[in-house]
Design a protein around this ligand. Sequence first.
Ligand SMILES: *Cc1c(COP(=O)(O)O)cnc(C)c1O
Length: 394
Amino acid sequence: MTSNRQFRPATQLVHGGTSRSGFGETSEAIFLTQGFVYDSAEAAEARFKGEDPGFVYSRYANPTNDMFEKRMCLMEGAEDARATASGMAAISAALLCQLRAGDHVVSARALFGSCRWVVETLLPRYGIESTLVDGRDLANFETAIRPNTKVFFLESPTNPTLEVVDIAGVAKLANQIGAKLVVDNVFATPLMQKPLELGAHVVAYSATKHIDGQGRCLGGVVLSDKDWIDEHLHDYFRHTGPSLSPFNAWTLLKGLETLPLRVRQQTENAARVADFLADHPAIARVIYPGRADHPQAEICARQMKGGSTLVALELKGGKEAAFSMQNRLEVVKLSNNLGDTKSLITHPATTTHKNLSEEARDELGIGPGVLRLSAGIEDAQDLIEDFDRALSGL
Ligand SMILES: *Cc1c(COP(=O)(O)O)cnc(C)c1O
């Protein structure tokens, strides 16, 4: 958009960052090109010197990716961003680009499985120490600090049990020791939680989830202030090549246009299903940020603008009941993905979190009866009736 008016998120998500070609196309153009042609040898030299702001090579930057990055920056209140081929490319880049041997990372232990592997297994291979803590208590982050602590890492709400971490509290600790806080904001979406406003230094997304939200492509993005991107991510990104395909950047731009509509409906559906399940005799507990009985309802209210599109539930009958209910669901599909327009349910103990030890699963509250529901945009009543039918047979 041309003027400097401050538009609201729903408007930015449709128009923000758009850069039209000479044809004046309505929909954003897909620049499926690897390289760029220069008018002269002098022009190429100027481009490489950074004296001419044009594009050089799509591993570094691409016009379609640029639109996606700019739109995400507007949404997040970030100065700069880099789009990546997947969420894991985003998270691993956000951590590795700023760490070196001898550094120490403090991370909440409730993490997406692959994120936990990066922190617990990959980083130590390169001489980067890591400590995993119970992120529900802020004091645990403080206790874990060492003289070489450089980065704090967390997700909130967490996968799959929807624990909440006090982002502003951890950011304050990070600032006290000159460390950086990286937040994986996938579960909250950029609509429900703004980590940078809460004091985090870097935000990373799997755009595969709500941002695409229609089960089509993988993607990710890392956002921060310009200084951090220039100092840490810029060279790492260029030379290790986690770049997003321009075709997928275009798909994600289309996803952003409808993000608020989808997330609103998904959140409303999740809340209604959570209320139904909480009253059902076969259910031992429901964890839903946005319900007054969430164990950390006070932090939810402080740092989130609404509930969640995800619900964690535990069946009284353990694994047998959880499997039996899953197998009876008709509308809700069995899948480990999330954030989709289709409602999806998964049994973390045997799928996404099967690689953790039983002890680690117990610590995280991932018992045999726990399921994670990602609410879609179907009619909420059909979802409730689906669960009602599936549970009535138990
Ligand atoms: C899915 C997910 C990731 C990884 O994203 P991919 O796009 O699958 O690589 C990281 N963190 C969280 C919280 C996720 O849900």
